[in-house]
Design a protein around this ligand. Structure first.
Ligand SMILES: Nc1ncnc2c1ncn2[C@@H]1O[C@H](COP(=O)(O)OP(=O)(O)OP(=O)(O)O)[C@@H](O)[C@H]1O
Length: 340
């Protein structure tokens, strides 16, 4: 555990009855970090958050927050904030009263209360909205009220479960920026759940990619995006053309094949992003079965003996049509090497 560690999950095991859905998970989160839990539906993200919040008791392992074992501490004694996707504000209460609610339960009153609520609303840019009702706010503003409501409780860690999923695309982008701003400005430690890789990449300091209740890869957005270690992570971040090494050959959905070049020692797989497949030259060929112009790029799908190959080329390159036979190349230097 480093000096900076604020939250440690040690061999955390979480079960529903006999069904273990998170198995001996180890994770250390530093103060001030924004961590994304990313993974497909059912991989255990929400369950992990519930355990950190104290809404379920682990069947094994421990949760240490700021040096204190909180594994069996009830939620209201943990100093963990929680903001779920249904951030339900009280419709009959003003913005001020919504944000003040938890503080009042703790016994805060008068000028202390006003000052703290005021700080919370300013932090999310809603200083002038204290008297409004939730119904008179946009979806993004309502979300910010929910964020202020969590912030004023001064949690050691703030957990956000799919915080942006209820927002339309434009508001989601706006709230992304806002979340990041509030988080950095207040040196908050946040863990958020998402199954949207672009959200994780753009927001997080580090990303935890989960699969079947375990950590598949942990790293910075650059690590995860550029250096996926397994076929699962490569697939999740859009590599598309992914092959495993089987007895010295590469195998995807089609025939096993060899490359003109030697495979790197220890490689368990190779993967190419569509834009790293070279089109118009090389040892392989395929028939165009999909062609789309998407603005900056042309996207092609080639039917080949190796399986379908996805290729992106710059839109300024000459167009190809369906049925055309094209050569392509898969070079080791353009691939990411999968170590697992
Ligand atoms: N209350 C429950 N009782 C029994 N099993 C549950 C319960 N909640 C979740 N599970 C199971 O635990 C596993 C992990 O669920 P969890 O909700 O943590 O996944 P998730 O990664 O958050 O998924 P999603 O992205 O769909 O929210 C799933 O297989 C799910 O079916």
């Amino acid at each position: 555990m480093s000096d900076q560690t604020l939250l440690s999950l040690n061999n955390l095991t979480l079960s529903y009855g006999k069904n273990t859905v998170v198995d001996r998970l180890n994770l250390e989160i530093e103060k001030g970090e924004l961590i994304a839990l990313l993974g497909p539906s059912g991989c255990g993200k929400t369950t992990t958050m519930r355990a950190i919040a104290g809404l379920m008791t682990p069947s094994g392992g421990e949760i240490v927050l700021d040096g204190r074992d909180v594994t069996r501490v009830p939620p209201n004694k943990r100093e963990v904030g929680l903001m779920f996707q249904s951030y339900a504000l009280f419709p009959h209460l003003s913005v001020f009263e919504n944000v003040a609610f938890g503080l009042k339960l703790k016994g805060m009153r008068g000028s202390d209360l006003s000052a703290r609520v005021g700080e919370g609303l300013s932090a999310v840019g809603l200083g002038d909205y204290a008297d409004r009702r939730p119904a008179d706010l946009s979806g993004g503003q309502q979300q910010r009220v929910a964020l202020a409501r969590s912030l004023v409780m001064d949690p050691k860690v703030l957990l956000l479960d799919e915080p942006l999923s209820n927002l339309d695309a434009r508001l989601r982008l706006e709230m992304r920026t806002e979340l990041q701003r509030v988080q950095k400005a207040n040196d908050l430690t946040m863990v958020f759940v998402t199954h949207d890789q672009s959200e994780a990449l753009s927001l997080a300091d580090r990303i935890v990619v989960m699969k079947d209740g375990a950590i598949e890869q942990l790293g910075t957005p650059e690590d995860i995006y550029n250096r996926p270690e397994s076929a699962f992570v490569a697939d999740f971040v859009g590599f598309e053309n992914i092959f495993t090494v089987e007895t010295g050959k590469l195998k995807g959905k089609g025939e096993a094949f060899t490359l003109p070049e030697a495979l790197p020692a220890g490689a368990k797989g190779l993967a190419w992003r569509p834009r790293f497949v070279r089109l118009g030259e090389g040892a392989f060929s395929g028939t165009v079965i999909g062609a789309a112009f998407v603005g900056q790029m042309r996207e092609y799908v080639l039917e080949t003996p190796l399986g379908q190959i996805k290729v992106d080329v710059d839109a300024s390159a000459p167009a190809h049509s369906l049925g055309q036979q094209l050569a392509f190349d898969l070079r080791v230097e353009d691939a990411v090497i999968l170590k697992r």
